[in-house]
Design a protein around this ligand. Sequence first.
Ligand SMILES: *Cc1c(COP(=O)(O)O)cnc(C)c1O
Length: 366
Amino acid sequence: MHAIPFVNLHRQYENIGREINEAVADVIKRQNFINGPVVREFSAVFNAAIGAAHGFGCSNGTAAISLALEALGVGRGDEVITVAHSFFATVEAIYHVGAKPVFVDIDPQTYTIDLSKIEVTPRTKAIIPVHIYGNPADMDPLMALAAKQGLYVVEDAAQAHLASYRGRCAGTIGDAGTFSFYPGKNLGAYGDAGFVTARNPDVARLLSSLIDHGRQSKYTHDIIGYNQRMDEIQAAVLKVKLSYLKSWTDRRRQLAERYDSALRRDGFKTIVSFEGANPVYHLYVVEVANRDNVLESLRAAGIGCGVHYPVPLHQQPALLNGDGKGVSLPVTERVAGRILSLPICGDLTDAEQDRVIEAFLKTARP
Ligand SMILES: *Cc1c(COP(=O)(O)O)cnc(C)c1O
């Protein structure tokens, strides 16, 4: 029996490769790779797809977060509240602008920030909720809390393309929103790429300038910026893929529903969403009591799987003697020892999923 990869990018390329090849060849024919028309076109269609007021392609999802923080004026001496249940980039970006991360625990049902644990100090300047696994954080009460305390909200929507919360897309609700187009994300480039949105037009202008050397025009630079641009080839790939994202997302939701009904019947805990939230299942995560055994038996059956993420950010070696020291996050820590990610992507077949479910149920204990 054939192996089932965790994410089947080969199959995706078999299905849409001709279109991708043409789009990339067009860019190469034009020989205009930087600050060309395709990045602008892609940015416009992605903004329209998520309903963002302003948004720009950029180099990657990590840069998107630090650019958003910098454009909002978050920097040295400021504290940024976020979760430790995320990819390392979320906290790295906070350090990149010179600010200090303050970790809060997560809600055990949704795996997103637990608003009841937030403690605002006079130094708190922003909150970064992470829509982990494409599951939206509880944005209405979060925005209310932020407004009351005068804090900025930067949504880390790296895993949440087209996820929605009460009619609005993830990444368009806060002051800024950030996306990653890392190849394995729901919308993936053929290399690194990212996106950053802003609600306020002045913040948006600053973002677009920061992304491209603080430029005002070709030879004048208003501010000290960065080279954090998206390139034309990535934009061409993303523009083709964006036209399929809705149908890939529908398929992910269908697969998640099939997993849910098979696994919950046997008492397993899977992702729950807030009322009015529509997740996009970047990852399909289930908790198990015997993770090492399950990982081993799935791998032996040729089934790709993973753990997202086994080491919480406050326990990462880079933070252990700094801002992670003495931090206790009981839910985050417990969940990190129990979660397991099963294959899910727009190109997984029902038959493949049935094999995954069968292999999983053979060894896993809730
Ligand atoms: C992927 C990811 C990032 C970083 O994106 P890159 O494009 O790899 O820099 C940030 N936050 C989360 C939650 C992610 O999953």
